[in-house]
Design a protein around this ligand. Structure first.
Ligand code: 13P
Ligand code: SF4
Length: 322
């Protein structure tokens, strides 16, 4: 496993890498991390991936303890798939603005106004919203999920309206969209990316489909985090402007050494902080919190069994689609 040079210590002087390794062994735990986690968390994880890959790993693992370094809906999905395993998350407050933009009660009322629609929900939702859905998707498989729905069935898509609009364009299907968005991806500035492209005409723009349409129009490649990573490796370009959470750049640099990755600028004033495009929820997890959650086996994800079973059905439907 490749790690950043130098150990990271707690105030008590413990080497966190060593302690996490020891606990992983003792607990028979697997550490799963999303690409948006801090580099040192990605480096110590057993598996780093996008939301679909992480859901699949959670489905496949035989580890008794799943340590989920990501946000709450991701760890909750792992628990829905593994009711008998202990699932811990370094910081229980690591939420998601997109999932929060779709409260289950409001969504149920919305669905009452769209009876007869097939309900496709993005994985970035609470278990309660998943339980109201027919099928779940991620940005990796959304087109395939939509293609599996009969042509004459009307569709509700929730909660990201930008991803929804992009999917309507890609699939040619009309969908009723829930008006949610991600606080990180709507912050990228079309104007500043345009200026950056003038300064670096050789650079490819890589963008996540949660970005606004004006940003996606500037993109050379649009896709999930794993798709953007693949493009960075396979493209003949040597320079990239990356319009997604910059945690992914850690893997891009490892997989494509020698290439240059520039964070897409946000709307803030010129020279405003680099951290503005970091997801504040993802970044709540730290190496020290990871160590503590393994030491204490908390915070733990727990779920009402009836809710779990209702949320499981649409997730399984997604996973069955391959
Ligand atoms: P991916 O499924 O592409 O990893 O995206 C997850 C996410 O939270 C995007 O903001
Ligand atoms: Fe949620 Fe956006 Fe953070 Fe992804 S980047 S976890 S969609 S707030």
């Amino acid at each position: 496993m490749l790690r950043m040079a130098g150990g990271v210590s707690t105030a008590g002087g413990l080497d966190l890498f060593e302690e996490i390794d020891r606990l992983r062994e003792e607990l028979g735990a697997v550490i799963l991390a999303h690409y948006y986690q801090e580099p040192e968390i990605q480096d110590i994880a057993d598996f780093v991936g996008d939301s679909l890959q992480l859901a699949r790993q959670a489905q496949r693992t035989d580890a008794g303890v799943i340590v989920f370094c990501g946000v709450h809906f991701m760890a909750e999905t792992a628990k829905i798939l593994n009711p008998d395993r202990t699932v811990v998350l370094p910081d229980l407050e690591a939420g998601c603005s997109l999932a929060d933009s779709c409260p289950a009660d409001d969504f149920a009322a919305f669905l009452d106004r769209h009876l007869g629609h097939v309900v496709v929900s993005y994985v970035n939702t609470s278990a309660a919203v998943k339980a109201l859905s027919d099928v779940i998707c991620t940005s990796s498989n959304a087109e395939r999920v939509i293609a599996s729905i009969p042509e004459d069935s009307p569709i509700v898509f929730a909660p990201d309206r930008h991803l929804g609009r992009y999917l309507m364009e890609k699939t040619g299907r009309e969908m009723v969209l829930w008006p949610g968005s991600c606080m990180v991806h709507v912050r990228f500035s079309e104007k500043k990316i345009r200026q950056l492209k003038i300064r670096h005409p050789d650079a490819e723009v890589l963008a996540h489909p949660e970005c606004e349409a004006a940003v996606l129009e500037l993109a050379d490649h649009i896709g999930s985090t794993s798709s953007l990573l693949r493009r960075a490796v396979e493209s003949p370009a040597r320079r990239f402007i990356v319009a997604t959470e910059p945690g992914i750049i850690h893997q891009m640099k490892k997989a494509a050494p020698g290439k240059e990755f520039i964070r897409a600028p946000g709307r803030g004033p010129e020279g405003s902080c680099e951290a503005c495009s970091e997801c504040p929820h993802m970044r709540r997890n730290t190496l020290e919190k990871l160590y503590r959650c393994m030491r204490d086996l908390e915070p733990e994800i727990t779920l009402d069994e009836d809710l779990r079973l209702r949320a499981l059905r649409p997730i399984e439907r997604m996973l069955e689609l391959g």
